[in-house]
Design a binder for this molecule. Structure first.
Ligand code: HEM
Length: 419
């Protein structure tokens, strides 16, 4: 059954790729890059792979910023989940670059499971209180209303990056000028996760950014405002928590700060862009947004992000020779586990190419899963609808120009207007 539906999806994928190629501009290479650089092109290519070559071995390591030998792209949902779940065999690779940003200390996203990982994640869990998000969400709603008081908005600087940056200042407790904080968090994120060609310019910019941000964390820790994560970390450190000695505070706070700003901003832009592509869905989203129903707005956002997630793949390195199904995986292979493809796998997702708001949460793999499930999971689920409900409520919402990333993977400008 899934064989037939995969075959039909592959045919649609081929025709979508062809149409995208013909519509793109430039020579062969430019057209290919344009097609495979777009979420629609990636969905089509992955539909073809799910049918024709669900485990695609390549000679080159596609993630040049981390050591590895060859790549294996897996596109079936079952393989995606297996790679992430089998974390003792498929290791996270980010450690070396994480340590360059912290000045030596590991941050838990770069660690394998074990006592250090548990020490830091337990300590970070212990400084979060159940009601922490109440003021954060109130701030997000008030800031969004302010940013949208006129007739147009440039989403990242006015809202989608600004609000997470204010969260970092007010809730995490890191005092730093807002635009610099956004720029620094974004380039460090780029360096850690998206610098696939290991560009020396990105490394240099990330090193300058980490110096500024680590200095800001140290200065803020010295006079931490009560109630902030930083103040609680300092207090726990004074009480003897080794997760929160001076190096630990810096590593843990810089880690969550990097994770928070570019991701939430990019997710906002991608979700809005995807909704604007679908007038009927946008009208549904507007109706629930105008009713102030953030939960229903959220259903639209998650479905929009399924079509265009912030991270379409997660990557891991095989710690030893192993197998995925009947495919042999050599030690050190960089395994690319395609969550975008898993969310469209006909074998497990009903009518995957239809936009259906309110699918079961289990369909979504928007910010990781398993051991390294995003630390911001709860924050994402609450703050994205809080930030975007007032925008989606606007009648006649339209984009004045496509998201502009200025050559980086992160939208810097996205101009929208309404009637
Ligand atoms: C929509 C926004 C977000 C997206 C798309 C996102 C994406 C992700 C992904 C894909 C992972 C797993 C990476 C892997 O397994 O290789 C992850 C982990 C993580 N994220 Fe997020 N994230 C978002 C928001 C946030 C926020 C708001 C924070 C901080 C408040 C944050 C902090 C982290 C941390 C600390 C981890 C590591 C968790 C661990 O290793 O246990 N993220 N995120």
């Amino acid at each position: 059954m899934s064989g037939t539906s995969r075959f039909m999806a592959a045919l649609d994928g081929v025709s979508g790729l062809g149409a995208g190629f013909l519509a793109a501009k430039g020579g062969f290479k430019a057209r290919l890059q344009a097609v495979l650089g777009s979420a629609a092109g990636q969905r089509n290519a992955m539909a073809v792979l799910r049918f024709a070559k669900p485990r695609l071995q390549l000679k080159q390591n596609l993630i040049k910023c981390y050591e590895g030998e060859g790549s294996l792209l897996v596109t079936h949902a079952a393989d995606f989940h297996a790679v992430i779940e089998r974390q003792a065999e498929f290791h996270v690779v980010y450690g070396p670059r994480m340590r360059m940003l912290t000045g030596g200390r590991d941050f838990f996203l770069g660690m394998q499971d074990g006592p250090d990982y548990r020490r830091d994640t337990d300590a970070m869990r212990a400084i979060v209180k159940p009601d922490d998000l109440v003021p954060v969400l109130a701030m997000a709603r008030a800031e969004a209303a302010d940013a949208l008081a006129g007739k147009e908005v440039d989403l990242p600087p006015a809202l989608s990056a600004r609000i997470p940056a204010l969260m970092v200042q007010q809730y995490f407790g890191v005092e730093m000028e807002t635009d610099q904080l956004i720029a620094d968090a974004t380039v460090m994120f780029h360096f850690l996760f998206s610098d696939l060609d290991a560009d020396p310019k990105i490394s240099a910019a990330a090193m300058a950014a980490k110096d500024r941000v680590n200095a800001a964390i140290d200065a803020s820790a010295a006079s931490a405002r009560p109630g902030t994560l930083l103040a609680r970390a300092v207090e726990a450190g004074r009480a003897g928590s080794t997760a929160f000695d001076a190096d630990g505070i810096r590593a843990n706070i810089i880690g969550i700060l990097i994770g928070a700003i570019p991701t939430l901003s990019k997710a906002s832009c991608l979700a809005v862009e995807e909704l604007l592509r679908r007038p009927k869905v946008l009208a549904d989203a507007r109706a629930v947004a105008q009713a102030g129903d953030e939960a229903k707005v959220a259903d639209h956002l998650w479905e929009a992000l399924r079509f265009n997630p912030v991270n379409p793949i997660l990557y891991r390195r095989a710690a030893k020779a192993t197998n995925i199904g009947d495919t042999e995986v050599a030690e050190n292979t960089m395994v690319l586990a395609a969550n975008l493809s898993a969310m469209f796998d006909e074998a497990v997702v009903e009518t995957p190419t239809r936009f259906i708001a309110g699918r079961p949460w289990g369909v979504y793999a928007l910010w990781g899963e398993g051991l390294h499930l995003c630390w911001g999971d709860r924050i994402n689920k609450a703050i994205l609808p809080a930030m975007l409900t007032p925008l989606l409520a606007k009648p006649g919402l339209r984009q004045l120009s496509a998201p502009d990333s200025e050559g980086t993977p992160f939208p810097r400008h996205y101009r929208l207007a309404w009637s």
